[in-house]
Design a protein around this ligand. Structure first.
Ligand SMILES: [Zn+2]
Ligand SMILES: [Zn+2]
Length: 118
């Protein structure tokens, strides 16, 4: 009885490269667990150790969705997605894209204006 405990699913994990310790943000996919990642600093392709489930489980502070769901199932926890951060990020991305479009329009308009003056 009592309230159900909730297990939150994060959107992304920070992978620490085992060779150079560089942190890389990785999105936690819903349908797959990444088996390798490419480190942009030391240019190494890091593979999941055979004893681990995936890159996220092996080298980050988080767990992949698959492991979280297994854990939730084992402990009888309710699963809840963490959404806010991603929505905020998407909003930022959208605004940046709109800004890009506006800038392009402005430069086109200026180009046309210059032609009119000519
Ligand atoms: Zn590295
Ligand atoms: Zn995993």
């Amino acid at each position: 009885m009592g309230r159900k405990r909730i297990l939150k699913i994060p959107n992304s994990a920070t992978i620490k490269c085992p060779s150079c310790n560089k942190n890389t943000r990785m999105k936690i996919e819903k349908d797959r667990s990444p088996q390798f990642f490419h480190c942009r600093k030391c240019k190494k392709d890091v593979q999941t150790p055979i004893t681990k489930c995936c890159i996220i489980c092996a080298f980050s502070d988080k767990k992949c969705l698959h492991s979280l769901l297994m854990e939730a199932h084992a402990k009888g926890l309710q699963v809840k997605e963490e959404k806010q951060k991603e929505e905020k990020l998407n909003a930022e991305e959208r605004i940046n894209k709109q800004l890009e479009i506006l800038k392009e329009k402005i430069s086109n308009a200026e180009h046309q204006k210059n032609h009119l003056i000519d």
